[in-house]
Ligand binder design. Structure first.
Ligand SMILES: [Cu+2]
Length: 467
């Protein structure tokens, strides 16, 4: 956090209602109107008490060097990629003043944190995009604890490097550990991201997809030829907080010489489960603990399951090991499945039968252009999913495409099996996933695929609270 400026400052007045009122509604509907049988519910207001932590972030462009011989121009926060780690205690009020030094408008979304709607950072849904040269202050109570990340929610800016980790420390962890490292896994795209062209090979045919021209895979901003090193001492328990900040990559993660005990999924504590690998899609997070009982130098490896770039790497290095090249992980025999995850806490308001169910089909759009749809509609030309306060809402998804979709719901955690998460992979080839959530956070919340290209090509809906 060295270049992050902390200060106590007066909050900018955040008036969510007027911000919302100034904007056109989702799918062209104005808030507060009675179409589709409901008046929009006023969101929870933002925190007005003095912040416990105040941070200034500037979004701008600069040069990154992911390896000694490699450099490129990126967009980033505070001149760092990944952006500065924001770390606060559970329940603290965090205030982040974002200054936009880019030539394009931007926002920040606090991925996974159920913030009040006006500070959720979705352009034209919860706020106007922050114009070049302008500032905007996001203030919210950081809860519950967990491993999160923050990123731009405008267009394809996430794939230009506008991201960073957000750690909300628990007051009483349910697992013991001696030290921890944050592990941000990402795909590396030098240059400006763009949507594939619609037709023919460039669009991957009618049903499939095309991968962006990634030139590598990164851990904490490093290519595998210059991996970050995580020092450990023999006998320690080491917590690793993995964030998939990639824009279009499903990663499979392994650590040589050590079993991983998964302790948290998307920040929520789970009953510890031992595995030798896990898979996560864009936007998912897992915390694991390893026991440092096997001195040496060991690779942490993240393979792209849907790409053929060399795997991202980090190195776990025992103080006693004295360097040397790391040993590679062996083949996978015990990979984490969603069914292995058992949340320690329960989600209120989702027991029994739902009050409302949406059956949604995920698929590639028909026609010439590159589009991805939910029930045949491509956002923003798509109907909102209307819910009423306090409802138990179920969403059943069927994936009619051959590629996976990591689906993310803003503003809420959801139950999937026995886990509580905010992002879940829906497998390809008619894969089905059902999520349940409690409608306890009024506003307009994006529900979307976290493959950034699918999102930008329409795979999103707004969950809209009406009464
Ligand atoms: Cu998708």
């Amino acid at each position: 956090m060295t270049s992050t400026r902390f200060s106590r400052r007066r909050l900018l007045q955040l008036t969510g209602a007027s911000t919302l009122g100034a904007l056109a509604g989702c799918a062209g509907r104005l808030p507060g109107t009675d179409d589709d049988g409901g008046r929009e519910v006023t969101p929870r207001s933002t925190v007005t008490s003095d912040p416990d932590s105040s941070v200034s972030l500037t979004a701008g462009s600069g040069t990154i060097r992911p390896a000694p011989e490699t450099s490129t121009t990126n967009w980033m926060y505070e001149g760092q990629y990944p952006g500065p780690e924001l770390r606060v205690q559970e329940g603290d009020v965090l205030s982040v003043e974002l200054t936009n030094s880019l030539q394009k408008a931007t926002t920040i979304h606090w991925h996974g944190v159920p913030v009040p709607n006006p500070v959720d950072g979705v352009p034209n849904v919860t706020q106007e995009p922050i114009a070049s040269g302008e500032t905007f202050t996001y203030t919210f109570r950081a809860e519950p604890s967990g491993t999160y990340f923050y990123h731009s929610h405008v267009g394809l800016q996430l794939d230009r490097g506008l991201l960073g980790p957000l750690i909300v420390e628990e007051r009483e962890p349910h697992v013991e550990y001696d030290r921890e490292y944050v592990v941000v896994v990402d795909d590396y795209l030098p240059g400006e991201p763009e949507l594939p062209s619609g037709s023919g090979r460039g669009g991957g045919g009618m049903m499939g997809d095309v991968r962006p021209p990634y030139e590598g895979l990164l851990i904490n901003g490093r290519l595998p030829e210059d991996p970050p090193r995580f020092e450990v001492a023999e006998g320690e328990r080491v917590r690793l907080r993995f964030v998939n900040a990639g824009s279009a990559t499903v990663f499979g993660v392994r650590i040589a010489g050590h079993e991983m005990t998964v302790t948290h999924a998307d920040g929520r504590p789970v009953e510890p489960v031992d595995v030798d690998s896990f898979v996560f899609g864009a936007g998912e997070r897992y915390d694991v603990v390893i026991e440092a009982t096997n001195p040496g130098t060991w690779a942490v490896q993240a393979d792209a399951l849907d790409g053929n770039e060399p795997p991202a790497r980090a190195v776990v290095e025992y103080e006693s090991a004295g360097g040397g090249s790391p040993q590679r992980p062996s083949s996978v025999s015990n990979r984490l499945q969603y069914g292995d995850l058992r949340s320690i806490s329960s989600l209120d308001g989702v027991s029994g039968e739902p009050d409302r169910t949406f059956d949604l089909t995920l698929s590639r759009g028909r026609g010439q252009s590159y589009t991805w749809t939910i029930d045949g509609q491509a956002y923003p030309d798509a109907d909102p999913l209307q819910v009423r306060p306090d409802e138990h809402v179920r969403i059943r998804m069927t994936n009619q495409s051959p590629v996976v979709h990591p689906m993310h719901l803003h503003g809420h955690f959801f139950q999937v099996g026995n886990a509580i998460k905010d992002t879940v992979i829906v497998p390809g080839h008619r894969g089905q996933v059902t999520i349940d959530f409690h409608a306890d956070n009024p506003g307009r919340w994006l529900f979307h695929c976290h493959n950034l290209y699918h999102l930008d090509a329409g795979m999103a809906r707004v969950v809209r609270y009406v009464e």
